[in-house]
Write a protein that binds this ligand. Sequence first.
Ligand code: 13P
Length: 263
Amino acid sequence: MKKKIIAANFKMNKTNEDIRKYFAVFLDLINGLKDKISAGDSDLDSELIFAPPFTSLCETLNIIEPYLDFIKLSSQNVYFEKSGAHTGEVSIDMIKSCGCDYAIIGHSERRNIFRESDELIGKKIGAVYNDGRIIPILCVGENLEIRKRNGQEKFVENQLAVGLNSVKGKSVSSLIVAYEPVWAIGTGMPIKADDGEAMHGFIYDYIKSGFSIGELRVIYGGSVTEANIEELMGKPHIDGVLVGGASLDPQSFYNIFKKGGRL
Ligand code: 13P
């Protein structure tokens, strides 16, 4: 069965000390669940993913080690080259060696603040997907101006086309796409669940036209909280969420997981 995803993107927040404090609270909240899962006695149909900054990946891995059955690690970025003179960049081998199973690629903050182009993002997706050890989470989404003129489908279609251009073969079965409209990120203005469902359906249809989709998942990000998680997760094409601000507090993220993760 394809699992739903509840993912936390910490962005540029939390030192290693903050991480230790966070997980002391979070793991305490989740402890009963761990026993249920180990006993095969839970109807958990979700994967819990944390994307801390690079500097805390290994620290987080050490802390969540007993929980790796259902808590996974993601990086917030990765470079497409294997090694060499690329100061400040981090390779697939490096994130793998800190326990990552996922990598967020093409987040709108990378695109807008650091000027990452569709082409660069396409190279990263191709390198990671073709390597096969890490599942890429390809982020797409339009800004407010595009949404106001109803251009979101064309815009996202282009991001997907270039983003998937270097994927070898015709299957994207293990890919995750995160639809994160820029106007909804960090604004407290989440998308209406019906509008989200429409965009997710569009993304499914577009990818289906060029690839066999297998277990492709399309998740939503942008002002997700415990107040809107259930409505969003109730939609058939919304396979999970990528949470920024509301993931930074362990109790608030646990509440999101509990409501959205069908425990
Ligand atoms: P917020 O949940 O803070 O809106 O951020 C969403 C996001 O960018 C997740 O990657």
